[in-house]
Design a protein around this ligand. Structure first.
Ligand code: SF4
Ligand code: SF4
Length: 394
């Protein structure tokens, strides 16, 4: 009999529909390493995916694919909920998709207030386009829309103002911090002024805890975990990626997550059935590696399933801080984390914390491209390839 698999259990999946991207983010080099459109995941392969309780559609920039609507239509046949992560640039395409799927979730990455966002993202008028797209979606009556922000030294002071802006607009506000992996084609991301960044998170956490929304209280816990992560500490919750959660890349390769240094492949859905690959010896090998993984990422893709699975820990944390909130406006302090106290008290140095991070200044970042996608980079940059491709779409 098959092990506990897709036959009796819905999974959490992320579909990376393309590695092409039109942005130039300072913390991600994916735009330099695009996939070849002909190789990108087909509807045929998407039809082979298992039943999912949640699907994130991402890239690169997913709206570069002109068949994204068909992909989403297929995915709705097997997924209870779909959220698309986008840089928000292709307003018309996003609005057009939202008209057909008003229930879809849209998360637009905005990296700070106008100037900071445009500097980090490298998209002309990026803030205005993202903001306008969000406003239009809201005016259309879409409920599941929001901002996503990757917090770093440069934009940390914009964290709370951006949260307040999302509140004014009645939107979700998702956070992340810098990670290094093959997916971001980056190995040198690091937070320099941890205390400053953590202080901004602390203020956000207090505001989330003071809100009347249980969802925001749990988001406060997630942000508490982000402080712990940027100090290079062990994850607050176990990582069960590849057990009930998966990523699939544009080439049909199924992976545990997007946080590994090199691409870890459990199998390929272009050539295998889901049951074959999910129960394969290769998948078991990857699961063994996940069990010993010391990268300690804290990204929503791996933390959200863990928060549901190990609910007691975040729930107790929330209860404790909501109780404190009855008596003080600042129920949370970053110094609840021992490592924050240790840095403040000089018991650990910044250099020692840097060594705990996944930043490796001497390492060449891997990009996970296929041979054919890699070959197109000879004599042309990724930016040129994607620009030519987009010009051909008009
Ligand atoms: S972070 Fe996203 S939008 Fe920015 S370059 Fe990477 S894939 Fe593109
Ligand atoms: S900690 Fe989890 S999400 Fe991060 S690289 Fe390891 S297995 Fe992947």
């Amino acid at each position: 009999m098959a092990k506990e698999t897709t036959a009796n259990k819905k999974l959490n999946g992320t579909v990376i529909v393309t590695y092409r991207c039109n942005a130039r983010c300072s913390m991600c080099n994916r735009y330099k390493a695009p996939s070849k459109p002909e190789e990108e995941i087909s509807l045929e392969t998407i039809r082979k995916l298992p039943q999912m309780y949640f699907t994130n559609v991402t890239g690169g920039e997913p709206f570069i694919r002109t068949d994204l609507k068909e992909i989403v239509r297929e995915l709705y046949k097997k997924s209870d909920r779909i959220v698309i992560s986008t840089n928000g640039f292709f307003t018309d395409r996003i609005v057009d998709l939202a008209k057909e799927f008003p229930q879809v979730g849209i998360r637009i990455s905005i990296e700070g207030l106008e100037q900071t966002n445009n500097e980090i993202r490298g998209l002309e008028n990026g803030f205005q386009r993202g903001y306008q797209t969000l406003k239009t979606l809201r005016e259309m009556g879409m409920k599941d829309v929001g901002f996503g922000m990757t917090v770093q030294d440069k934009n940390a002071p914009d964290l709370v103002p951006l949260y307040e802006l999302s509140n004014e607009m009645g939107m979700e506000f998702a956070t992340a911090s810098l990670h290094n992996s093959f997916y971001f084609v980056e190995a040198k991301n690091i937070i320099h002024d941890r205390q400053m960044v953590a202080k901004n998170f602390e203020e956000l956490i207090n505001r989330l805890l003071r809100s009347h929304s249980p969802k925001k209280w749990f988001r406060a816990y997630f942000n508490h975990g982000l402080i712990n992560y940027i100090y290079g500490q062990k994850r607050l919750l176990p990582c069960d990626m590849s057990f009930d959660t998966f990523f699939i890349d544009p080439y049909g390769d199924v992976m545990p997550c997007n946080g590994t240094k090199d691409k870890e492949v459990m199998g390929n859905l272009n050539t295998q059935t889901w049951e074959e690959l999910w129960n394969s010896p290769e998948a078991e090998e990857v699961r063994k590696k996940v069990r010993c993984c010391d990268r300690d990422c804290w990204m929503i893709g791996s933390v959200s399933p863990a928060m549901h699975k190990y609910i007691m820990k975040p729930a107790l944390w929330v209860l404790k801080h909501k109780f404190k909130a009855l008596f003080t406006k600042h129920p949370y302090s970053m110094y609840e984390l021992k490592i924050c106290r240790d840095l403040r008290d000089g018991k650990v140095t910044t250099e020692e914390l840097d060594a705990c991070s996944t930043c490796d200044l001497h390492c060449a970042a891997n990009n996970g491209l296929s041979e054919a996608s890699q070959a197109q980079l000879v004599g042309r940059t990724g930016e040129e390839i994607v620009a030519a491709d987009l010009a051909g779409q008009k």
